[in-house]
Design a protein around this ligand. Structure first.
Ligand SMILES: Nc1ncnc2c1ncn2[C@@H]1O[C@H](COP(=O)(O)OP(=O)(O)OP(=O)(O)O)[C@@H](O)[C@H]1O
Ligand SMILES: [Mg+2]
Length: 508
């Protein structure tokens, strides 16, 4: 049974093609017309769906200053006030923004065949109804069977089951101010992916955990066998796998002459049986020092570059971990960068992981994957002056990953500082509260769906509310994010509690 909400009428030059007003019926059954609900009416073109954008309360009685003055006159006895039925004069008007004309399949009244643009206004005098839940699910494009449950669509009771294919396929970004709930939302997406039925198909998940926030997943009994944490303290890049040109990436100033020299030394080490596949940067340095031939200055420069790299403690005879062996379908591999302080070192690690993943995926040696990068602006910055080693590969995955089912999720608290190339390739955007006007402007520039109206709404979102737009849904929706199933112990600890705990620990 459709629920009637009111009647279309003429108000302030409306209805026109994009909007119509309706007078809200007085109800006693507790159903309220609120801003954000989806409504329908029958226009000349068919089933017109729209969203309530604004509600105006009017009372003719209080629109005239003289009347109000007379009514509130102190000499006016209360009995007289009771005789004026001012409450009965109050009525509410809702302004609806039209979204489209729905064409239904002939076999079923709730199954959507297509959505067309409207060309003609709604008719005054027609009834306005609440949109049926089934129609709304189809209109938004939810996947009831295999979707990821992220919460509830705002001002409705509908679970937001977002299609995994649509969300991941063209990459997505999670953006908000610090403390806006990005990591919280990410852990909900991870929960949903890990708890999916095997038969539904889940990619491998790789997470770059900059602050060690996701370690709790490993201590959750229900997920334990699906979670692998890799502490990057022991991370090693295999020196025998690097050719001379690869060093250019790590040491930009290295000259072509130096590279040519370096490749000679590398060749020598590769040809020797005892060093073949197990030499280190120090072996190269030793060899350079031993060799009588070659220009002194080139040798000195090479030794300088290589020693600097060696000091990073990142290069060794073998890869550790072997990336191919830690990636499994339906499981998550968390690279914990918590103990790394040097930003350069973090970027080298992320660059290496991304390169390996993309290379292995193109050769089909690892399953389709979702790569989640926390603090993405550190690894893929926009500004030319803050060069990041990992920028090139992240932008490459953003541009080409889709063809190889290599999906990217970029998380950032400073969208303005994130590479525009990468950000504009993330089709779906999960946006929590953003206040900074520069960030909002950058978002509007990088996505044509984010209009000024949306920007205003984004700046007033509360914790636990998000705007989901882009490829994952047919129409932008606001979602009340659900609670996470598995809790992190540190989640609800307040600053004062932490101070008390610290003091206790110190006095033991
Ligand atoms: N949907 C939610 N429901 C309940 N609490 C939430 C929700 N989202 C976030 N919070 C709470 O808000 C706080 C901040 O969330 P979170 O750590 O996810 O922010 P963040 O955006 O990742 O911040 P940062 O940019 O600093 O990493 C946490 O204490 C978290 O428990
Ligand atoms: Mg976070």
């Amino acid at each position: 049974m459709s629920i009637k909400l009111g009647i279309v009428f003429n108000f302030l030059q409306l209805p026109d093609v994009s909007k119509y007003p309706f007078v809200i019926n007085k109800r006693t059954d507790g159903i309220f017309v609120k801003k954000g609900i989806f409504v329908s009416t029958k226009s000349d073109e068919g089933y017109l769906i729209g969203i309530v954008e604004k509600i105006v309360l009017l009372n003719e009685y209080f629109s005239d200053a003289l009347t109000i003055k007379a009514y509130n006159n102190e000499n006016n006895p209360n009995i007289l006030k009771g005789l004026f039925p001012s409450d009965d004069f109050e009525y509410a008007v809702a302004i609806v923004r039209n979204l489209g004309i729905i064409d239904f399949k002939e076999s079923c009244e709730t199954k959507i065949k297509s959505i067309k643009r409207m060309m003609y206004p709604a008719s005054p005098g027609k009834e306005v109804y609440l949109v049926d839940e089934e129609i709304l699910k189809g209109f938004v494009g939810l996947d009831q069977i295999q979707g990821l449950n992220l919460g509830k669509i705002k001002v409705s009771n509908i679970d937001a089951y977002i299609s995994m294919d649509r969300l991941l396929n063209k990459h997505f970004a999670i953006l908000s101010i610090s403390g806006g709930g990005k990591s919280y939302l990410t852990s909900i997406i991870i929960e949903e992916l890990l708890m999916r039925e095997k038969s539904s198909g889940t990619p491998a998940i790789i997470l770059i955990d900059v602050h060690g926030e996701y370690q709790y997943l490993n201590n959750t009994p229900q997920l334990k066998n699906k979670v692998k944490v890799i502490d990057t303290t022991y991370f090693q890049i295999s020196v025998p796998k690097l050719n001379a040109f690869a060093y250019k990436k790590y040491q930009e100033q290295i000259s072509n002459v130096q590279i040519r020299e370096l490749s000679k030394y590398i060749k020598k080490l590769r040809n020797k049986d005892e060093t073949k596949n197990k030499y280190t940067l120090n072996s190269i340095i030793d060899l350079i020092e031993e060799e009588p031939e070659g220009g002194k200055s080139t040798k000195q420069a090479l030794i300088g570059w290589l020693s600097e790299l060696e000091r990073l403690n990142l290069f060794g005879p073998q890869e550790n971990p072997v990336i191919k062996n830690v990636i499994n379908q339906g499981e998550i591999s968390i690279f914990n960068l918590q103990n790394e302080i040097s930003i350069r070192k973090k970027q080298i690690i992320v660059d290496y992981i991304c390169n390996q993943l993309f290379y292995l995926r193109r050769k089909n040696e690892i399953p389709p994957f979702l790569l989640i990068i926390e603090e993405a602006h550190q690894f893929c910055p926009e500004a030319a002056h803050s060069k990041a080693l990992s920028k090139y590969i992240i932008e490459t995955i953003a541009r080409e990953g889709r063809k190889f089912m290599a999906c990217l999720c970029l998380i950032s608290q400073r969208p303005k500082k994130l590479s525009t190339t990468a950000l504009s390739q993330t089709n779906a955007k999960l946006i929590l509260n953003i206040k900074n006007p520069y960030d909002l402007k950058h978002l509007m520039d990088s996505s044509e769906t984010i209009t000024k109206d949306y920007a205003d709404m984004i700046s007033s979102l509360g914790v636990g509310e998000m705007l989901l737009m882009g490829n994952a849904v047919n129409y932008p929706i606001f979602v009340d994010i659900r609670e996470r199933k598995f809790k992190s112990q540190s989640e609800n600890i307040s600053l004062s509690q932490e101070c008390v705990n610290w003091k206790k620990l110190q006095s033991v």
